[in-house]
Design a protein around this ligand. Structure first.
Ligand code: RIB
Ligand code: CA
Length: 314
């Protein structure tokens, strides 16, 4: 299989770490660079956490750039109750010696897309602030994006609120800009997000491994279990990477999707129109604001988990 060239946009947190570790280690992924954004924790902490993951992966010199310090309109709202104060369950993981790229996130996105000889897939697993800013700052380069495979949204219930998933809820205006951009989008949302998991037994075995990547992932998963008081815990954002390189493991369908940017209780909801054409006669979604999005509805959980375990323990 030829390599897939990707750029990740992250708010490293625990499950972003599971995803970055996988992307940096999988032989079929060419990780061109990583952009960091305000989300689970502040953007400087996101940069520091992302470096730690690249160290654990034994990754080469992958450029990491600092992006938006806050959403387009709203204020930062961190998910410390989920990821801990430092975004990585406050495990005291040794800081990295890596240094942040001198370019901003939008400049790194532009340069990597312009210089790539292969089609580039953007994989945001965080609030979409950086991506929205990039689309507005460099529209000609944006036209060269092959596709966006994002972790975000939901065709069912929310997690940040009853209606909205955290990444979209954190910056609904940015999400609306991205969804309406015209770039082909696949959505790895909450309908599948929680299903690939790791349990205490697997995490404990990994945490005792001599392999830095296994030890890092296992310890982080155990720390996550303490933080959220559940076992097993979701591999979360990682699933979006599996959707990129193994779409055959997923059931997806195209739907019209609109992001609610109102101030009401549904703010940040991805409204996924699952009605058939006959019902839509009454009132179709406003096609000005909606987009046709490939939504993940189901997956081969066992295969997706095995793919992650095989890669991060390799
Ligand atoms: O709703 C889940 C998303 O919010 C994940 O990307 C997680 O890392 C948090 O950012
Ligand atoms: Ca994330």
């Amino acid at each position: 299989m030829s390599k897939t060239s990707i750029i990740m946009d992250v708010d490293t947190g625990v499950d972003d770490a599971f995803a970055v570790l996988f992307a940096a280690m999988h032989p079929d992924i060419n990780l061109l660079g990583i952009t960091c954004v305000d989300g689970n924790t502040n953007v400087d902490q996101v940069v520091a956490n992302t470096f730690k993951v690249l160290d654990a992966a034994g990754a080469g010199d992958i450029p990491v750039a600092r992006g938006a310090v806050r959403p387009l309109l709203g204020k930062s709202q961190y998910a410390e109750y989920v990821h801990g104060k430092d975004g990585m369950c406050d495990l005291g993981i040794a800081p990295s010696h890596r240094t942040v790229d001198p370019r901003s996130a939008v400049e790194l996105l532009r340069d990597l897309i312009e210089s790539s000889v292969d089609p580039v897939t953007i994989v945001p697993i965080a609030p979409l602030t950086n991506i929205a800013l990039f689309l507005g700052a460099f529209p000609e380069t944006a036209k060269k994006i092959h596709r966006i495979v994002l972790m975000g949204g939901s065709a069912s219930a929310g997690n940040a609120t009853a209606a909205a998933e955290f990444n979209v809820w954190h910056d609904p205006e940015a999400a609306a800009i991205v969804f309406q951009s015209g770039v082909p989008i696949s959505m790895y949302g909450l309908d599948v997000f929680m299903r690939p998991t790791i349990d205490r037994e697997e995490a404990t075995t990994m945490s005792k491994s001599a392999k830095p990547s296994s030890q890092f992932a296992g310890s982080l998963a155990l720390g996550f279990m303490e933080q959220v008081k559940t076992d097993p815990v979701s591999l979360g954002d990682y699933g979006a990477l599996a959707l990129v390189i193994h779409p055959e493991l997923f059931t997806t369908e195209m739907f019209d999707v609109v992001v609610d940017t109102s101030a009401g209780p549904a703010r940040g909801q991805t409204i996924v129109d699952r009605r058939g054409a006959w019902l839509k006669q009454l009132e179709p979604l406003d096609l000005e604001d909606s987009a046709k999005v490939r939504v993940a509805l189901d997956l081969d959980v066992d295969a997706v988990v095995k793919l992650w375990l095989k890669t991060v323990n390799s």
